[in-house]
Design a protein around this ligand. Structure first.
Ligand SMILES: [Zn+2]
Length: 384
């Protein structure tokens, strides 16, 4: 480092495991021994790191190892879904300490949903007050910096609502809100892929279709936060299906879980939920497999375009429809390898979500933790 490393940057080294003793911090940063000691003392005093007594014994006195103190605070989080909301309190490593799922229709609106979420946090916190920040994922487009929901059609009663001030009036800490798929993409990337991959496209296929883009190791939000909204990109030869957004043949209207259910019902099949469809796929039902595979092809059209634009190392398929992974992915692969450039697909992997539904909780927590523990935030708090 060309200038003197700050306390916040030293914390970053310990968190990432890049330097875990005072001597290593000195080597990596070029700081003098007293300067390292000063910064480490401050982090210890603030409870952000702890000393581990036992190091590997080398005969002499082992160096004291420093460890990020994941128990040094808590992050209440909520991942709002259309029908089910996951609510948790996480530690500073993003692990859920307490968690519960609540069945609630998000269309009930913020006046009903947010108080319920806050009451649930209160219970899960069980008296703890060391809250460093709060994170929410919502099934709508979010203007990230303001925490304002934008989608007029999916969560009508939430349109234009600024979520952070509502939460902050009861919990006066930083509140971050993002689109649910962005949050899941962050969780999936960090917990399952961060050590090997910096560029990942996460596609959630449930009742609706959305995507989260990890580019160069971080989430790509675009100018206002609308990046990754692939659900309303039209496909070729979709059959003229009117989408709820008013356009025709959006991938959402021809390849989502809702579309798969509709197509099977039209064929006279007795299915009322995606769980029914999953069961038919598991049983190897040929007609169901064909419908899911066709949805995969249509999804593949949009993913092929995204692959050409973004060149991800891996495309991760998540959401309820990913339970039907085999027919879905074979349709996706068929089209992606046909339509994407050779260089973009040379080593492209298309895989099923490894984290599953828990990724939303983890992603919400990581979004907050990265924000409040960033070197800038740490050094800022110290100055004030
Ligand atoms: Zn649409």
């Amino acid at each position: 480092m060309s200038r003197l490393a700050t306390t916040g940057e030293v914390l970053q080294l310990v968190r990432s495991g890049e330097a875990v003793t005072r001597a290593e911090i000195g080597r990596v940063t070029g700081l003098s021994r007293p300067a390292v000691a000063h910064r480490v003392a401050e982090l210890l005093q603030r409870g952000l790191i702890v000393e581990d007594a036992e190091g590997p014994s080398t005969g002499g006195r082992p160096p004291v190892r420093l460890r990020f103190n994941a128990a040094g605070g808590v992050v209440p989080v909520a991942s709002l879904g259309a029908q089910r909301t996951q609510i948790a309190v996480c530690d500073l490593a993003g692990e859920a300490l307490a968690r519960t799922d609540v069945e609630i229709d998000v269309e009930e609106g913020p006046d009903v949903v947010l108080p319920l979420v806050m009451d649930t946090w209160e219970k899960l916190l069980d008296g703890r007050t060391d809250i460093v920040g709060i994170g929410l994922g919502v099934p709508a487009t979010v203007e990230f910096a303001a925490g304002r929901t934008e989608s007029a059609r999916v969560m009508a009663s939430w349109t234009g609502v600024m979520i952070p001030p509502i939460i902050e009036s009861r919990f006066p800490v930083p509140v971050l809100v993002d689109n649910d798929v962005n949050v899941i993409a962050m969780g999936e990337h960090r917990m399952a892929y961060a050590s090997e991959i910096d560029d990942l496209l996460f596609v959630k296929v449930s009742t609706r279709i959305g995507a989260g883009v990890i580019s160069g190791g971080g989430i790509l939000r675009g100018a206002l936060g609308a990046a990754g909204e692939i659900g309303h990109i039209p496909v070729r030869d979709g059959g003229g299906v009117l989408c709820r957004c008013g356009n025709v043949d959006c991938v959402d209207s021809v390849a989502s879980g809702t579309a798969i259910l509709r197509d099977l019902s039209e064929k006279g099949r007795d299915v009322s939920s995606l769980a029914d469809v999953t069961a038919l796929v598991r049983a190897g039902d040929a007609e169901t497999m064909a419908v899911v595979r066709q949805a995969g092809r249509r999804l593949g059209e949009v993913i092929a375009t995204a692959v050409n634009l973004l060149n991800p190392a891996v495309v991760v398929l998540g959401g309820d429809v990913a339970e039907m992974f085999q027919p879905l992915v074979s349709g996706v692969r068929e089209i992606v390898y046909q339509r994407s450039t050779q260089l973009a697909t040379r080593s492209l992997r298309i895989e099923r979500s490894r984290l599953g539904p828990g990724a939303g909780i983890t992603g919400c927590a990581l979004m907050v933790i990265d924000h409040v523990l960033s070197p800038a935030a740490i050094d800022d708090t110290r100055a004030s």
